[in-house]
Design a protein around this ligand. Structure first.
Ligand code: PLP
Length: 455
């Protein structure tokens, strides 16, 4: 919407047939919003009536009696370790999850970080090697590379999809690069075709960090099943959760066996201790929760997608707050997080923080996501001073690593991101989605009231 055109004028223009002249840059008419906007001029932050007082979203993590019963049954068996029982919960979940995703197999671990680290080790990546990933992620991604004493090389991200930028990935390849670890951030697919093409041309492995992307799709395949291996997190906030847990999927039987061995302290399925490995096994209680939830998780994924599509439609053309850009073939996501970028140029000097405060007062709690990219955390200096890194990488390489930490895309996204923890909220009804839209629109339309607000 142009700065000189009010929302009301725009809606009038639409109804008088000027729609064709209006470009995609204009606010879409949302009747309920218009009604509310005139009803509640005064922002709740200053004593006005909130759009959604005491908004209660569906609770997350999800719990029901089926899950409780499955855990209780498992507790009673006294068989809590996967090694105590053949065909137990962990075995059953691994098989079911692999089938659900269309992967050859699955190996569970105690966390997503452990899953990623297991794959790095199983691929033989270690000191002296480099893995390219993005710093716009959970520290677990980078920790999985550091734990193998390999070098995490950081690529920038796209400002609007928040996903790793394939061109920057290619620029960062050296003769020591062994793998790319792209992240499907927010639970939606990154531009995997381009990553796979780069990997093919440079003979690199692709380890998909699908820790946020359960049941998300990319061009008809499930995220996590497309690269050499894909890793999932089942930590509490995730859309399939058991407190702490992780899973590796792959279509490569040898890699799956190697992963099993690595996470089983280097001991293979025949009980031979054959290599180096940590003990990262998932236990039967964790798998009981996952099994209790799995069937419903599918249904919940559909519901989240339905609500996400509804929100995308509502925000179509609304320039002040633009939902995460999705790549072609990546529209069916996980929607672990529903995110927008806050476009300063449309807020007349009102800050993201003022907006967040005002929208929270309307009853809708949104927040920034990662405060600073992980390229700004002290680990980057820590490794430069470490004996093993100084032994395995030349001073020039470590210098270059430091120089490459200029990542303006990540910095911009950190400063402009607005998000909703979507696990529970996107299971809510249409009225709740309208409340969310209406609260945002009310704050936008009455943003002048926020001028001078001290944050
Ligand atoms: C993108 C991403 N990668 C890795 C991880 C690490 O998973 P976990 O917390 O299960 O170790 C997470 C968890 O939040 C994540 O979101």
């Amino acid at each position: 919407m142009s700065k000189n055109m009010t929302r009301r004028a725009f809606i009038t223009a639409l109804s008088t047939g000027a729609a064709a002249a209006a470009t995609a840059n204009v606010v879409r008419p949302i009747e309920s919003v218009t009604a509310l906007a005139s009803k509640h001029k005064k922002l709740a932050l200053f004593g006005g009536t909130p759009v959604a007082p005491d908004k209660q979203w569906p609770k997350w993590p999800y719990v029901d009696e089926k899950i409780v019963a499955k855990v209780a049954d498992t507790v009673r068996t006294g068989k809590w370790c996967r090694k105590d029982v053949k065909g137990g919960n962990v075995d059953t979940f691994e098989q079911a999850y692999a089938e659900l995703l269309g992967a050859r197999g699955c190996v569970c671990t105690g966390s997503g970080t452990q899953a990623l680290h297991t794959v790095v080790e199983a691929l033989g990546i270690g000191p002296g090697d480099e893995v390219i990933t993005s710093p716009y992620t959970d520290m677990g991604t980078i920790a999985s590379i550091l734990s193998a004493r390999a070098l995490p090389v950081l690529a920038d991200i796209d400002k609007y999809s928040f996903q790793i930028d394939p061109e920057d990935v290619e620029r960062k390849i050296t003769r020591h690069t062994k793998a790319i670890m792209p992240i499907h951030i927010m639970g939606q697919a990154c531009e995997l075709d381009k990553i796979l093409d780069i990997a093919r041309r440079h003979n690199l492995k692709v380890i998909e960090d699908a820790c946020q992307a359960h049941l998300a799709e990319y061009r008809g395949q499930k995220c996590g099943t497309i690269g050499d291996a894909g890793c999932f997190s089942f930590q509490s906030s995730k859309v399939l959760a058991c407190g702490e847990g992780g899973g590796i999927v792959s279509n490569n039987p040898k890699l799956l066996e190697d992963c099993y061995t690595v996470q089983n302290h280097g001991t293979d399925r025949l009980g031979r201790s054959v290599t180096i490995g940590p003990k990262y096994r998932m236990n039967e209680l964790e798998a009981a929760i996952l099994l209790g939830h799995l069937e419903l998780a599918l249904e919940q994924n559909e519901k989240r997608n339905e609500n996400a599509r509804y929100l995308y439609k509502k925000f179509e053309g609304f320039e002040p707050l633009v939902p995460q850009k999705l790549y072609e073939g990546g529209e069916h996501g996980s929607f672990y997080l529903y995110t927008w970028s806050f476009r300063d140029e449309h807020w007349d000097g009102i800050s993201r923080e003022a907006f967040l405060k005002a929208v929270a007062a309307e009853g809708i709690k949104l927040s920034p996501y990662i405060k600073n990219g992980l390229h700004k955390e002290p680990w980057t200096d820590n490794i430069l001073g470490r004996r093993e890194y100084r032994a395995m990488y030349t001073p020039a390489r470590l210098e270059q690593f430091k120089d490459e930490l200029y990542l303006p895309g990540v910095d911009w996204v950190c400063d402009h991101m607005v998000m909703l923890w979507a696990g529970g909220p996107l299971l809510a009804g249409k009225k709740d989605m309208d409340d969310l839209v209406n609260a945002i629109m009310k704050v936008y339309e009455n943003r002048e009231q926020l001028r001078g607000l001290e944050i």
